[in-house]
Design a protein around this ligand. Sequence first.
Ligand SMILES: C[S@@+](CC[C@H](N)C(=O)[O-])C[C@H]1O[C@@H](n2cnc3c(N)ncnc32)[C@H](O)[C@@H]1O
Length: 299
Amino acid sequence: MSSSDWQEWVVETYSHLVEPLEEWLFEQGALAVSLEDNADEPLLEPGPGETPLWQNVKVTALFTGSINLSPIKQALPSSLLAGNSRNDISTLEDRDWERVWMEDFMPIQMGPRLWICPSWTPPPEEALVPVLLDPGLAFGTGTHATTAMCLNALDGLIRGNERIIDFGCGSGILAIAALKLGAGGALGVDNDPQAVFASRDNAQRNGIEPDDFAVVMPDDEVIVHWDGSADLMVANILAGPLMELADQLISLTAPGGAILLTGVLEAQAPQLIERYRNVNLEVNQQRDGWVLLAGKKPS
Ligand SMILES: C[S@@+](CC[C@H](N)C(=O)[O-])C[C@H]1O[C@@H](n2cnc3c(N)ncnc32)[C@H](O)[C@@H]1O
């Protein structure tokens, strides 16, 4: 192996061990860590307090060829592995690194201005507004249809200085994108503490000041101060919680403000439209069976 080669270390583990394993791999010098479903399970929305991942996870870490991984592999705590699971290191030639990693995590254009870019490759020149985001524990990298539809809509809606609430913020991708597009301030809300942590972390990575983006749990009193003031409310949750949250989401929105809702399957749209009849929701986009509903609170 030459020092210009790359090494790929694949470890299989359980979802609750992913975070410490990922942290450990970065401490050993990993340049990037990606996560994949290891048992062909769909990624469904987890409940509060649950780890937002599949039960079995394939963790792939990338190292430069100059690191001797043999002693590091010996030192990997067995408590971070799933039983007698896979724990393999292989060498990638430069060409393979390009193929394996860049194909999976290419910068993606989400709208005329907005791009989502992995942090380990420079954003393309044509990316007017790049958001740096890597796969992580909280939902939202832009590859899911619902996130992509919201990002595309935000690119069209944000003109400058809007106050935006991202309810169910996950990785914080929607609020961060809105702020980078010119929004004046954002509130992220999520009932999963891991998502709150991830949103703050991703905001920092994108150079966003904590004063411009507060991220809180649903019972935080900060939310009350936003009542009736969001120029734009975006919520990518699921139909069930969106039905329950209707009064709160409408109340938080400013008169004349826009509401974007997704996480809703086509067949569920009529019941959401009825529940949010005060804000005249309409189907704005459709992708892979999901819809994005957009409405406006009367002035
Ligand atoms: C599908 S993810 C969306 C993440 C990100 N906003 C995006 O668009 O990719 C939904 C998020 O909503 C959160 N969530 C689910 N129910 C919620 C509730 N009742 N209140 C606040 N957050 C909730 C979940 O923890 C999860 O992070």
